[in-house]
Design a binder for this molecule. Structure first.
Ligand SMILES: Cc1cc2nc3c(=O)[nH]c(=O)nc-3n(C[C@H](O)[C@H](O)[C@H](O)COP(=O)(O)OP(=O)(O)OC[C@H]3O[C@@H](n4cnc5c(N)ncnc54)[C@H](O)[C@@H]3O)c2cc1C
Ligand code: SF4
Length: 241
């Protein structure tokens, strides 16, 4: 871990209920089929550490589909010439395009490109008990005052609060290894379902989760490949000494 240790300012935007997605602009693409076997595609690339995923796009597709339905994603089926295989259409059509994006799309078209409305987890219609976007334009870097942006705060967490039921449970054994796991399935009613612990993958995306995982004495802390960042409280404590 030593070489990867970073001490310094870390973006504090994700530190809120709902995490980074509250401030994200919520582009919601899927990986391409070839993203799952990049190591095989690209071979040995100097100074890079590509690895093939242990699963394929086809295996993951039903989960992409489920999440799109739960969160609410707008998009135009078939508009992306490279669109990977989909088992279900987007839950919503795209919203009204902005003037500037129409101009950009027109220019791109003339240059031989295929501009298309990007899949986005923002309501273009009433969906999941939340209203459609009103195009106020304060998406990226700001929370949505309208709750149209499908962040976990207004989707999964809201469902959890409304049902008092939606929770995934991970129990650790005395050695801090994963012992049993159960996940909540469906929106309403939620059903708790035991899952094979060997199929549980801990994913630390950006900023805070790697930090939490590194700080945790259990489960994910045993992974040697995550960097360590120091949070503001620790820095302040050090300065006082
Ligand atoms: C401005 C912006 C634009 C973005 N745009 C996009 C986009 O268009 N498309 C896209 O796919 N991604 C985008 N992202 C990235 C995306 O939002 C994040 O990758 C994603 O939200 C990470 O999710 P996560 O659940 O892994 O972690 P996070 O959302 O970071 O959740 C971590 C949670 O842990 C909590 N926490 C931190 N420390 C502790 C602690 N000690 N104890 C308990 N809880 C703690 C935090 O408060 C937070 O709620 C954007 C991000 C930002 C900031
Ligand atoms: S209502 Fe405003 S902040 Fe919310 S999604 Fe639409 S443009 Fe973004």
């Amino acid at each position: 871990m030593g070489d990867r240790t970073f001490v310094g300012d870390v973006n504090g935007l994700p530190k809120t209920v709902g995490g980074g997605a509250v401030h994200a602009d919520m582009k919601y693409p899927r990986f391409q089929d070839w993203d799952f076997h990049l190591a095989s595609e690209l071979g040995d690339v100097p100074d890079a550490n590509f690895a093939d995923w242990p699963l394929t796009y086809d295996e993951l597709e039903p989960f992409y589909s489920e999440v799109e339905q739960l969160v609410g994603v707008q998009g135009l089926d078939g508009a992306d010439p490279f669109q990977p295989k989909r088992s279900r259409p987007y839950p919503m059509p795209p919203g009204v395009p902005m003037y500037v994006s129409l101009l950009a799309a027109d220019g791109a078209q003339k240059a031989g490109y295929h501009a298309f409305p990007y899949p986005t987890a923002i309501n273009s219609r009433p969906y999941g008990g939340r209203p459609p976007c009103v195009d106020c334009g304060f998406c990226s870097g700001y929370g949505c005052p309208n709750n149209s942006k499908g962040s976990p705060a207004v989707t999964f967490l809201r469902d959890a609060l409304l049902t008092h039921l939606r929770k995934d449970t991970y129990k650790l054994d005395a050695q801090g290894k994963l012992d049993t796991a159960s996940i909540a399935e469906g929106a309403r009613p939620v059903v708790e379902k035991a899952v094979n612990k060997d199929n549980v993958i801990g994913v630390a995306v950006s900023m805070d989760p790697p930090k939490i995982n590194a700080a945790s004495s259990a489960m994910f802390a045993r992974l040697g490949c995550i960097g360590v960042v120091e949070d503001d409280d620790k820095k302040a404590a050090k300065k006082k000494k």
